[in-house]
Design a protein around this ligand. Sequence first.
Ligand SMILES: [Zn+2]
Length: 276
Amino acid sequence: MTALLSLRNARVAYGAVVAVEGVDLDVGEGELVTLLGANGAGKSSLLRALSGLEKLEGEATFLGRDLHTITPADRARLGLVHVPEGRGIFAPLSVEENLQLGGLRLSRAALAAAQKDLDFMRLDADAFAAWERALGPEPLDPELTAERFSGIIRGSSSAVKSILMDQKRLAGVGNIYANEALWRARVRPARRGAQVTHPQCAVLLGELRAVLTESIALRGTTFRDYRDAYGGRGGFAEKLQAYGREGAPCVRCGAALAATHAIEGRQTVWCRSCQR
Ligand SMILES: [Zn+2]
């Protein structure tokens, strides 16, 4: 088997902070590989480094070429691209969700080990099918009707924002897009799903689709020091009206935007005055 992607002793560091160290990996043609690991294990860092968004140290070959000599734009063209918070790779998912993606039920001891270290799992066709079945519908799927969406949101007493981000209920909605869609739809992120009305659900689905569509058209969202695979800031970052604007005036009503980490530990930014 010829390895399409091969890593030896890969390392990713942010100054003195080492995010990934000593990683060996071979991915052959047609193989599907998922990364396992808790927040902080280095899933995102390794994916960003592979796509050229971060500096990758160690030996790396891709399609028989030294990966370091391939520009980020060429890597993207060849398909080696990091889709932030997207469905294509699994960086935003928790350890448990990553394990479920592999279609495996690991022992508690194996789970504890996975939480400490970055690991890889090869998926065969059955495991991949199990992963797809475990995910909810994608918001852009035309088969997701307003009624079905409403059923998903109103069928839970969790905060509407955590329902949006639950991959088992809806696939591929990341934190940024959840914040933006809720702001646009004027729905308070902590509101219980069961208390969001049918008309509000319809508006929310429309705004969620608009946010995702605009973001795709503008090549995603990047922040602060991150650069996208094309060497520039993702165009959608300029369009954000909630995420990253805590303390700034709401562009709709002028009230200062509030921020909290109370929902799933992720940053939530919302307007106390016009989101209900
Ligand atoms: Zn407002």
